[in-house]
Design a protein. Sequence first.
Length: 134
Amino acid sequence: MSERSMSAEEYVAIVAGTKAVRGHPEEDFQQLVIDMARRNGWRCHYTPDWVHRLIRADMRNRKRTRDWPDRGFPDLVLCRPPKVLIVENKSAVGKLEPQQREWIADLRACGLDVRVWKPRDEDELTEVLSREAA
């Protein structure tokens, strides 16, 4: 969780692709989505970056010391009853990996609302996350 809220100027710079607050545009964008979701009463679940780094290190060493989850699961699970929203965040130039496409297709086939958001989708994510709970 971020220690402070993002200023409007920082947000605009990230959306424009000219600034990365922590050096990783996709992580910065995800934090913006999390902050907005929480401000609007959504519960948020995500896998912290340190877990992803641990998985990559384990894979590089070619020794599977743990049973890791299947790759490609979306970044966020957001819940504000009666709604559950699954979100994959991408940077302005980020592309979905094949495993991500498979997860998204399977989750949608189960009837779940799955979104892929980039910074350019600010209007949609603002509308969806701030919409009153039904």
